[in-house]
Design a protein around this ligand. Structure first.
Ligand SMILES: NC(=O)c1ccc[n+]([C@@H]2O[C@H](COP(=O)([O-])OP(=O)(O)OC[C@H]3O[C@@H](n4cnc5c(N)ncnc54)[C@H](OP(=O)(O)O)[C@@H]3O)[C@@H](O)[C@H]2O)c1
Length: 339
């Protein structure tokens, strides 16, 4: 198959860098056009970016030129799919324009997530929601598909195989890494040796998005904190179910949550991996798994009265952001046989 040409808007940010890494050698997609703020136009990626990922930049990325954000030029270059890693306030204007220009937009920004006909897609959880692109005008025109907020992503994946038990109430506390605030993000004065018990808008996003993604209406209570960790969000979760659920039921539900190996290049075969070790999971494992950073890890499972508690760890910049978007684009290509 000829590779589909893609653009990355916001290629120099924390999420943009993960796009560049994951797309540097992708089976179906090739990087054709990248942009950041206008001041970088004409610069070579390797020289311009402040690379924050915990492994080397691929050689092929270093010489790619950052281009002007120009829809005509992107069209002329043959770009079909646009990966958006822009700040939400920029995305709010830019993404509908991209859609109107006929591009297939896969976005990390929160701006369009709550529009009625815009899916918040996690392929292993709610693949059906992809049909909403037809309501946006596909195949005649473009569309926007978003992925969830990074903390919501991990929570939705861990809860997805448990929905069958009837989820009544969810209490979640997050311990979110600094990369979640982008680059340069927080001042080191504020976060070194410290925990900040508030992340603006985050708790509301979890409460809203979990319902849209899982198509359920439990009461959701969230607290979000920023911790001095580079990558990977930890979440502690308590769930109240309609029926009596045992620890063994939960482990079995996670263990049998398996995605067909012939599926999407970026889908993990087992989206959730549980380990009973009391020290598991930790943000140290953020880039573990196959594909790297795409697995949600769970542990610390316990039952108290009728409630089930557990801890999870999701890589916020990979599964919770760029990796999730790439997987969404792959799901579109496969489901609509788009070549
Ligand atoms: N970080 C995460 O864990 C995470 C997870 C899920 C979703 N998200 C969402 O993903 C998006 C990107 O997040 P991030 O963490 O990568 O942020 P970031 O590190 O601040 O990167 C933002 C990117 O957008 C570019 N940009 C900024 N203002 C722009 C403008 N006016 N026009 C064009 N480009 C502009 C920046 O270019 P310069 O480098 O030139 O400034 C940079 O490439 C945000 O909407 C965020 O909420 C982030």
């Amino acid at each position: 198959m000829e590779k589909i040409k893609v653009a990355i808007i916001g290629a120099t940010g924390a999420v943009g860098q993960v796009f560049m890494w994951m797309l540097s050698n992708h089976k179906w997609f090739e990087i054709e056009y990248i942009t950041a703020t206008a001041a970088r136009t004409g610069e070579k990626y390797g020289k311009s970016v402040h690379w924050v990922l915990p492994f080397e930049m691929a050689e092929v990325l270093k010489g790619i030129e950052l281009k002007e954000y120009n829809l005509e030029a992107m069209k002329e270059a043959g770009v079909q799919i646009v990966f958006s890693a822009m700040p939400a306030e920029v995305a709010r204007v830019a993404e509908p324009e991209l859609r109107d220009a006929g591009f297939y937009v896969f976005s990390n920004a929160g701006a369009m997530r709550y529009e009625k006909n815009v899916p918040i897609l996690i392929p292993e959880v709610n693949l059906d929601s992809l049909h909403l692109i037809n309501e946006q005008g596909y195949p005649e025109g473009g569309f926007i598909v978003t992925n969830a907020n990074c903390s919501t992503t991990g929570l939705a994946i861990a809860l997805s195989p448990l929905v069958k038990f009837g989820i009544k109430e969810i209490s979640v506390s997050t311990y979110q890494s600094v990369s979640g605030a982008g680059y340069p993000g927080l001042s080191s004065f504020d976060i070194t040796d410290n925990v900040i018990p508030f992340i603006g808008g985050e708790e509301e996003k979890i409460e809203k998005e979990i319902n849209k993604i899982l198509s359920i209406t439990p009461d959701v209570y969230a607290y979000c904190a920023r911790v001095p960790v580079m990558f990977g969000h930890i979440e502690t979760v308590w769930v109240d179910f309609d029926q009596d659920v045992s620890i063994e039921d939960i482990i079995e539900a996670w263990d049998t949550f398996i995605i067909d190996e012939s599926g999407l290049p970026s889908s993990p075969v087992k989206p959730v991996i549980y380990d009973a070790d009391n020290t598991f999971p930790q943000p140290k494992y953020a880039f573990w798994g196959k594909p790297r950073g795409m697995v949600t890890y769970t542990g610390r499972l316990k039952k108290k009265k009728h409630r089930i508690g557990f801890t999870l760890m999701v890589n916020n910049v990979v599964k919770g952001a760029a990796g999730g978007s790439i997987q969404n684009a792959e799901a579109f290509v496969q489901m609509y046989n788009h070549r």
